[in-house]
Ligand binder design. Structure first.
Ligand code: GUN
Ligand code: FE
Length: 446
């Protein structure tokens, strides 16, 4: 049974905006999975003395530990995990045809799906991804196995059954009418679980795989059930060329989705590497957010996404691992690649393009929560939000961060910043000692 009342005391770090990261000593009190009180260490001492926490389990962090919000992965493909690290020798459209569609087709086998998805969900939780926005496969029952795994392992998850109706060599597509019926069936089955952590997402794969009739129908279904919508936009130049060729009345890729009513404030678009100025003004007008997927954009040679330009256009941005176009399931890796790609753009001559580690950390937490319309529940430690958090232990969990005794002296505050910085740049899952989702411990290696 999870502890009903628990209070954490020690270094706590979380963002309130892109340029506001607060790192301080204090406490977070959690009741029934929700944050009920926060404050300084001094306030904790006073309240503890007054008996306020007598019914609480008190977790006092060591000097080398800290608490941060759980990571949010705004875009990943659960069925593609068996291909992680494989088949990255082709650009997007060839990669999909040669490696991805043949693998995803296998998820008509629900037993296979159940096994893979159980591993995927556990892998992500181990890496501190407390919330994931998943693409499943074309199959209702196969994708319901992902729903079951998320519920079983207590991960917050937005899950879509992928929709495609355009013919391809792998024979991996659906008849339009059948597809629309199946999407509704999937949504109803997910909603029937009445699980507060898991929600269905309407998921047109992209405008290469879906025609207007299908996308019009999917937009109606999303409206009917008040669902989020997720898709891909402007990832690769050949993709854009194909989409504009097959939609001659549309001036931009964004127009194609807009004409079907796909673009709204519950819509998350992955990639957005090659957006035009018109799209950079259309997307924020519609309230669309972007999942920035730097690993995949590099691995599939799609391009260097100008993420600062997207942020400056007032588009809400979160990070995505985009496995298996991306080769790493960890959001820590997405943070680092966000810094690297944006720095490459700056070094190539685009001024003020680089994102620093604090900004990338924001995108991985509160930015992601906002992109998924979940910031009323998660993303930082405001009172009233759910406690989705990572307890990070920088030195004593057998990771690769060494402690060098006697190095330069630092104040307590500086030491806390250094700890977080080391974790962001050098840490891995071994430093993530505990993971909490809605107050329930889902990983513990302490
Ligand atoms: N565009 C359409 N489908 C996919 C996919 O599975 N991965 C990536 N990276 N881009 C896509
Ligand atoms: Fe993707």
């Amino acid at each position: 049974m999870p502890d009903k009342n628990i209070v954490f005391v020690g270094i706590i770090a979380s963002s309130s905006s892109l340029d506001q990261l607060v790192i301080s000593s204090g406490y977070i009190a959690v009741q029934d999975g929700k944050i009920t009180k926060t404050g300084s260490t001094k306030e904790f001492d006073e309240l503890e003395k007054a008996g306020e926490f007598s019914s609480y389990k008190v977790v006092k962090l060591s000097r080398d530990q800290f608490i941060i919000p759980g990571f949010v992965d705004c875009h990943t493909h659960a069925p593609q995990f068996p291909n992680i690290g494989l088949g990255l020798d082709r650009p997007l459209l060839e990669w999909l045809a040669k490696y991805t569609f043949p693998l995803e087709k296998k998820y008509s086998d629900t037993e296979f799906a159940a096994k893979v998805y159980d591993q995927v969900v556990q892998r992500l939780l181990k890496n501190g991804t407390t919330t994931a926005c998943y693409f499943g496969s074309l199959h209702v029952d196969g994708t319901l196995e992902l729903v079951k795994s998320a519920i079983k392992h207590h991960q917050r998850a937005l899950i879509g059954k992928v929709s495609m109706n355009k013919e391809n060599d792998a024979g991996y597509y659906n008849d339009t009418k059948k597809e629309l019926e199946e999407v509704e069936t999937f949504i109803k089955k997910v909603l029937a679980y009445q699980n507060e952590l898991v929600e269905p997402v309407v998921t047109p794969r992209f405008a290469v795989s879906c025609d207007k009739e299908l996308m019009d129908g999917l937009a109606c279904i999303a409206n009917k059930y008040n669902c989020r919508i997720q898709s891909h936009i402007s990832e690769n130049l050949s993709e854009i060329e194909y989409v504009l060729e097959t939609n001659p009345k549309c001036a931009t890729y964004g127009d194609v989705y807009d004409k079907s009513g796909i673009l709204n404030n519950k819509c998350i678009m992955a990639h957005a590497v090659h957006l035009t100025d018109k799209e950079l003004s259309l997307l924020p007008k519609k309230g669309v957010s972007v999942a920035h997927c730097p690993a995949s954009n590099t691995r599939l040679k799609s391009g260097l996404c100008p993420v600062r330009r997207i942020i400056n256009a007032n588009i809400t941005v979160g990070l995505g691992t985009d496995v298996s176009g991306g080769d790493n399931a960890s959001i820590l890796d997405a943070i680092r690649r966000t810094m690297d790609v944006s720095m490459c753009l700056e070094m190539q001559g685009s001024p003020n393009c680089a994102l620093n580690w604090k900004e990338a950390f924001y995108l991985a937490t509160l930015g992601g929560a906002k992109a998924l319309n979940l910031d009323h529940k998660i993303g930082n430690f405001e009172v009233g939000k759910d406690f989705d958090a990572l307890l990070v232990d920088v030195y004593s969990t057998g990771g690769q961060i060494d402690k060098y005794e006697g190095a330069l002296p630092t104040t307590t505050d500086e030491y806390a910043v250094e700890l977080l910085q080391k974790f962001i740049f050098v840490g891995d899952d071994r430093n993530i000692a505990q993971v909490y989702v809605k107050g329930e411990k889902v990983k513990d290696i302490l």
